[in-house]
Design a protein around this ligand. Structure first.
Ligand code: NMX
Ligand code: MLT
Length: 419
């Protein structure tokens, strides 16, 4: 069903792009300054992304829907929305859920590889190792080797992508149970949906934790094309590497503390506050604690953003969840106090261009409340969700025939002599 819908849409999108290129191909949409060249290419409009856009003052907009208007939908629904640009009807939801269930089998070699890894391996290293090991079963590689036309490669990207999304919850849950000595792996339960099944395989039965997982896996799904994980994945995919190698590459970027690993760092920081003050501190004490951290040359995790210039709507969605379900939790109350204190501290310091909280500032406190306390696991949760956006972007880019990524670099010598 999904392949059929996408076949029609991709033809239309291709025609649209051909027309844009014919009419506007030589128009200028961005200028590049020397500071941008040395500054992580910030703000340069240099690639397209159809699945979502991030507005500086509104945050994530998925296929035209501001996040707050769709934050209630399930991960399966958002995957369909990212791919097709439309919200699925009930038949389409069942179709996606069936496809995920049909492809759920995790190959045995994955468990053997994970078991052979050093016991103290970071869960993100385990996850990306497991994902890239699945390259051996890539349908995309098989079809590429058999010489299918380039225009059809998106179909096999989609097939590998769906396979990967189908097994990711079980692999991730297996990593959790193995890495943190939680006992045997828990078998997948076919009557449950994607996020409920994941919560079940982690070993959590609380209905509110399941609600949190549904929200968590929806909120982290995508953040346009230029963030480190999407951009890295798409660059690797542009060389026609398989979806397994490409997604693993992006998740290795997500594992950096300035990107997805900030959720681990953030909860660590909140717990340090709690430990230091033996409870929730006063606003004045908290302010001083933040200044001490900044003066020590460290960032406040969960705050700041390369694109946003407002509170991240994903943060707001988590705070709303916390206020509804865990109002009196001490760790959550520290997160709320930080929100009252950190923006003014960062503004006063005057370095961060965005003093407001990002997605990572609140999520850890919610997971911690429900007993998922192993915070170096948190970026794995981010990864399961982000894989949806990366795969959707990859399928669309292949469908549109976007070529290999290859921007031009210059040397400092060249800048000295030519600018
Ligand atoms: N705490 C302290 N300093 C900060 C912070 C912060 N939260 N955010 C930015 N700055 C500093 C930054 O380090 C830089 O300092 P310097 O000039 O000494 O190098 C200066 O402010 C200017 O940085 P910006 O242009 O505002 O930020 P940039 O676009 O380069 O980086 C982040 C964006 C998100 C990497 C940065 O804000 C940061 O390090 N935040 C903390 C880590 C974090 O929460 N990351 C998660 C992002 C979301 N995600 O999940 O991916
Ligand atoms: C993300 O979700 O990818 C982060 O907010 C980082 C970004 O957009 O650069």
């Amino acid at each position: 069903m999904l392949q059929k819908i996408l076949s029609q849409k991709i033809n239309i999108w291709q025609e649209e792009v051909q027309k844009i290129l014919a009419d506007k191909g030589e128009k200028i949409i961005s200028e590049v300054t020397v500071s941008q060249v040395y500054g992580g290419m910030r703000g340069i409009k240099g690639l397209t992304c159809e699945t979502s856009a991030v507005s500086a003052d509104k945050g994530l907009i998925i296929r035209g829907y501001p996040l707050s208007t769709v934050s209630h939908i399930s991960p399966e629904e958002v995957f369909y929305l990212l791919l097709t640009g439309e919200l699925p009807d009930p038949d389409a939801i069942v179709d996606i859920q069936d496809q995920f269930k049909l492809n759920q089998h995790v190959p045995d070699y994955i468990w053997r590889i994970l078991e052979a890894m050093p016991k103290k391996s970071h869960p993100m290293t385990m996850l990306s190792t497991a994902i890239q090991s699945m390259q051996v079963d890539s349908i995309f590689v098989e079809k590429y080797n058999s010489g299918v036309p380039k225009t059809d490669l998106w179909k096999w990207t989609l097939e590998d992508g769906i396979k990967l999304l189908s097994v990711l919850p079980e692999i991730a849950a297996g990593i959790y149970r193995m890495r943190f000595n939680k006992g045997d792996r828990i078998k997948s339960e076919r009557t449950l949906d994607w996020s409920e099944n994941f919560a079940h395989m982690l070993g959590f039965q609380d209905e509110n934790f399941k609600k949190l997982m549904r929200l968590y896996l929806m909120l982290h799904c995508d953040h346009e094309g230029g963030n480190v994980s999407a951009f890295s994945s798409l660059t690797v995919a542009s060389a026609l590497s398989s979806p397994y190698l490409s997604v693993a590459a992006g998740l290795n970027g997500l594992a950096g503390p300035l990107h997805g690993l900030a959720n681990q760092e953030c909860l660590k920081f909140v717990l340090e506050v709690q430990e230091h003050f033996k409870g929730a501190p006063s606003k004045e004490d908290l302010k001083q604690f933040c200044w001490d951290r900044l003066d020590g040359g460290r960032v406040i995790p969960g705050y700041g953003h390369a694109v946003l210039r407002c509170s991240d709507p994903r943060f707001t969605a988590f705070i709303d969840f916390g206020e509804k379900y865990i109002k009196n939790d001490e760790v959550f109350s520290i997160v709320q106090s930080l929100f009252e204190v950190v923006p003014s501290v960062l503004q006063k310091q005057g370095k961060a261009k965005n003093p407001w909280p990002n997605v990572d500032a609140a999520s850890g406190s919610l997971l911690y409340h429900y007993g998922l306390k192993e915070f170096n696991y948190y970026t794995v949760l981010f990864s399961i969700s982000r894989a949806m956006g990366i795969i959707a972007q990859m399928v669309i880019n292949r469908g549109m025939g976007i070529p290999i990524t290859r921007p031009k670099s210059v040397t400092t010598e060249w800048i000295k002599n030519n600018i």
